[in-house]
Design a protein around this ligand. Sequence first.
Ligand SMILES: [Zn+2]
Ligand SMILES: [Zn+2]
Length: 213
Amino acid sequence: MPQRAVEDVLWAYYFRLMDLKKDFRFKYVLIFKNEGEVAGSSLEHSHSQLIALPIIPKTVKEEMDTAKQYYDSKERCIFCDIINQEIETGKRVIYENDKYVAVAPFAPREPFETWILPKLHESNFGPSDKSFSGLADIMQRVLKQLDKVLDTPPYNFILHTSAFKDEINDYYHWHIEIMPKLTRTAGFEWGSGFYVNPTPPEEAAKFMREAKI
Ligand SMILES: [Zn+2]
Ligand SMILES: [Zn+2]
């Protein structure tokens, strides 16, 4: 896709979110993409999905609550702290442009799990300076790196943004989590909530950085 088309997709996410927010029945809107049959994609052509929910999903609530606890004790956003630390050490940074950074998180659940975050604090998803060009750039870049390193793997990505009821805040920082489907979630993971990941994030980030695009 040309970058402008990716920007249009991001604008579509944004306008749908803005519109659904007006419906008082909804507490959260989850936007995600399943790419490839193994990752749960139900249609052949490329598509994203959106599900509006009457409750805040458990995963989002846990992230928001934990970020809030961190903020209450340190008076800083945990994601801003992570970004500063990652940019300083550079070991887990995959790619960055002016406004966004892509990192292999410190404790990834899956091999090559990748997070994209705005570098400056933003609690809810939206265009930065009225533009999605920086986000389209980093999304395309990272997905191309994944395709190159892992030979077009199936993957999921999800958008995590603040819940409608507390959209503007200092403690939660929207981000996109990308999860290539390389391993199988099985009994141990379902039973424990623990994930077994054989690939250290530093190694994954290095492979991604060195991918020739
Ligand atoms: Zn932040
Ligand atoms: Zn998240």
